[in-house]
Ligand binder design. Structure first.
Ligand code: ADP
Ligand code: ZN
Length: 720
């Protein structure tokens, strides 16, 4: 990737320079290069990891950044390499000789070499086997970045088929894709007339848009308030202005309805970008967007980097959703990136949600509210205090009764239990021993379908021991029940073909989610049971009942957002009931009806919840009153991980007050690595990031040499 041109080799020894093989044709707009730079600075990430987000998909995973590239560079062995092994087959065939003859000094890309010699890969492999060619490290980019990303799990480019080496394929623009998409282009249709409340909001947003300064608005509107209709009108306005807009949605798999609504309004002007697309499709969309043929882009988090010319509006739907924060390097948040990008164009960012992050609720000036549903009525909420229930079943008699009524009248219900598996953990009732993952130390979840124990962090599967491995005592007992058990209980209550389950154990990928949602959508009566996946923005007009089996599941997470998440989940799932002209019912089972976030969610006291929560955050110095950077050390050796974290804390401590540094503390190990973290909190985010950036740039390399990975997470969403 050419970022800059230079007349001389900058003092590099000539043997480190390689001849250019070819020059691709795709360009990254300057704006996006500059954005990548800013994202790297803001999130203490490597420039390389941010460049990955803006380069055309046709070049990703093909050239450039993957480790594979180095593997595909071949050269003659040098003195340091193992000498050629003399063997019986040492004589060279004509093809092998031709290949060696074609090898330029300094080596070549394997695929190119074969191509120019006109021989197949097998010839190359034969020469490698004989030791007459060696694989060597070709030109490198972003060594550190590659390591960090590998440490964070899958690589950022994991969307793309991996393992492909550089080929001679050109990057000529695909022809025919545009004409094809326009031939099937649906006729764009207008929407309904706006209600008064919607009109006011749209007026406010268009005024903010016309204001030629970069601005932000929070559209705080209850579920069913008609936010989507407002997005569409606003986009129309932007298109009429000759500009482009990006609409971000949480996980595309869960929002097919949104895409079809946008498509039916804007037809072929819509470009869709998400990880479910293959590389060819993605490349085609990327080019249409870059060429200005698709001025409306719908996509998940990374679509904020879509190469739209004249971008002036970004809408983030369901803006509270955690998927907008990337959990691998660069650990960016799409809304923050949108603001950075829009600042270059005096554009407008609109975040829409029924349950804003507490952070977004600080400034009332930028808030617009829709407190009524566009159609349909508010659901009625009934609370069941489980402390007074004695049956061992998950659903109380009252919940069963309401469910039966709903199904009898041919309607649909959603039952939420935000815990996967059959039982949350397995423990010994005699000695208290809990079965844990050997790598992650997290308690294992029992899955009855496979009769196995599963680690929900790393996916490792264990046999259940016949008796307690610690004391040899009785068979192990099962802890808090999960969706699998709820699913079984429901199948005893209602005909099994009416029960649909959705959680990450049964849904894999986009197609799986869509298939389950479609099957459920077509089943009347029907019950959809699952984890928080079922609470996301689906619009099923026949759903008139929502049952929350256990409102308390998220309460005790060691995270300052625990109350907020519980409030959001309850409010969101309640919003799924009675969307069309039928009125909805919500039944909530809880053991903690008096915990404020639960009480206020059930009373729909949203103002009260946010006021309280802001007050608590201010008192404890959490966002939005201070910014947080989480620093983590990971190492197979626990001593080194701990020492690394302590040393880092020591380096930072002269620059921060005691209350601004928390930790370091040890976390449960994960995937065979010991982990430590420390938190830095400051109300001067810029200064904090600059100081940390300085410390990291000094420590990264020495840590790496000792096998310790240093990870910085700016504005973290997870603390486990
Ligand atoms: P939100 O995105 O705020 O949850 P939606 O945009 O999905 O809400 O709107 C909920 C329902 O109300 C949808 O079925 C939509 O078609 C309908 N709707 C929205 N605005 C209007 C309107 N002005 N007139 C009639 N129906 C509307
Ligand atoms: Zn594990």
């Amino acid at each position: 990737m050419v970022l800059e041109l230079n007349d001389d080799s900058d003092g590099l020894p000539p043997e480190t320079l390689r001849p250019l093989e070819a020059v691709g044709e795709e360009r990254v707009p300057d704006e996006l290069l500059s954005l990548a730079r800013q994202v790297a600075d803001r999130y203490l990430a490597s420039y390389e990891s941010c460049l990955r987000l803006v380069v055309p998909p046709s070049t990703r995973g093909r050239s450039g950044f993957a480790d594979k590239r180095r593997l595909s560079w071949v050269d003659r062995p040098t003195g340091e390499d193992i000498p050629p092994r003399p063997s019986a087959g040492f004589a060279l065939t004509a093809k092998q000789q031709r290949l060696l003859g074609a090898l330029p000094p300094g080596g070549a890309l394997a695929a190119r070499l074969c191509e120019s010699a006109g021989v197949g890969r097998s010839v190359l492999h034969a020469l490698l086997a004989k030791g007459l060619l060696v694989l060597c490290e070709g030109p490198r980019l972003g060594d550190q970045a590659t390591k960090d990303v590998a440490a964070g799990g899958s690589a950022a480019g994991g969307d793309y088929p991996a393992g492909e080496s550089v080929t001679g394929e050109g990057v000529a623009p695909a022809h025919g894709s545009e004409s094809r998409s326009s031939s099937v282009e649906p006729q764009p249709q207008g929407g309904p007339c706006l209600r008064v409340g919607q009109q006011e909001v749209l007026g406010n947003l268009t005024a903010a848009y016309r204001d030629k300064e970069s601005t932000y608005r929070l559209l705080w509107g209850v579920t069913g308030a008609g936010k989507t209709e407002i997005y569409l009108r606003l986009i129309e306005h932007v298109l009429a202005d000759g500009a482009g807009a990006i609409l971000l949605v949480p996980e595309i798999a869960l929002t097919p309805q949104m895409i079809s609504r946008v498509r039916s309004r804007f037809g072929g002007k819509v470009g869709v970008l998400h990880s479910g697309l293959g590389r060819a499709e993605r490349t085609r969309e990327y080019r249409r967007i870059a060429a200005g043929l698709a001025p409306v882009v719908v996509g998940a988090r990374s679509a904020v980097f879509a190469p739209l010319p004249r971008l002036r509006l970004v809408i983030v739907d369901e803006a509270h959703d955690a998927s907008y924060k990337q959990e691998e390097e660069p650990r960016y948040h799409a809304s923050t990136v949108a603001l950075m990008r829009l600042a270059m164009h005096d554009g407008l960012l609109v975040e829409g949600t029924a349950t804003p992050l507490v952070e977004s609720m600080r400034d009332p000036e930028v808030r617009v509210r829709l407190s009524r549903r566009a159609i349909g009525k508010e659901p009625s909420i009934e609370v069941i205090d489980m402390r007074h229930q004695s049956s061992g079943e998950l659903l109380s008699p009252r919940a069963r009764e309401v469910l039966a009524e709903t199904l009898r009248s041919g309607e649909q219900a959603i039952v939420l239990l935000n815990r996967r598996g059959y039982a949350a953990h397995v423990h010994c009732e005699s000695c208290g021993h809990v079965m844990r993952c050997v790598d992650c130390e997290l308690s294992l979840t029992y899955h009855s379908s496979s009769r196995r124990l599963v680690c929900h962090s790393c996916g490792r599967i264990y046999f259940q021991p016949p008796r307690c491995p610690a004391c040899g005592g009785p068979p192990l007992a099962r802890g808090a029940p999960g969706t699998e058990r709820l699913d079984q209980e429901l199948r005893r209550l209602v005909p099994r073909n009416l029960v649909f389950r959705m959680d990450s154990d049964v849904v894999s990928g986009e197609a799986g989610a869509i298939a389950i949602l479609e099957a459920f959508g077509g089943s009347r009566p029907g019950v959809l049971v699952g984890t928080q996946m079922v609470a996301k923005g689906h619009d099923f007009p026949a759903v008139t009942l929502v049952v929350v089996a256990d409102a308390d599941t998220g309460l005790y997470f060691p995270d300052f957002r625990a109350a907020e998440r519980t409030f959001q989940l309850l409010t969101q799932v309640a919003g799924r009931a009675g969307r069309a002209d039928r009125s909805g019912r919500v039944v909530v089972q809880t053991w903690n009806p008096d915990v404020p976030c639960i009480r206020m969610a059930l009373q729909r006291d949203e103002q009260g919840f946010y006021a309280d929560e802001l007050h608590t955050r201010r008192r404890l110095g959490y966002p939005p009153f201070r910014e947080i950077v989480r620093l983590m050390t990971l190492c197979e050796d626990g001593e080194r991980a701990g020492a690394g974290a302590r040393y880092l804390a020591e380096q930072l401590s002269p620059h921060f007050a005691a209350h601004e540094l928390r930790g370091p503390v040890r976390l449960p190990a994960s995937r065979g690595r010991e982990r430590w973290h420390l938190l830095v909190l400051s109300n001067d985010g810029e200064r904090m990031r600059a100081l940390i950036s300085e410390a990291l740039s000094q420590l990264r390399e020495p840590y790496r040499r000792r096998g310790v990975i240093l990870v910085a997470d700016v504005d973290p969403f997870t603390f486990g």
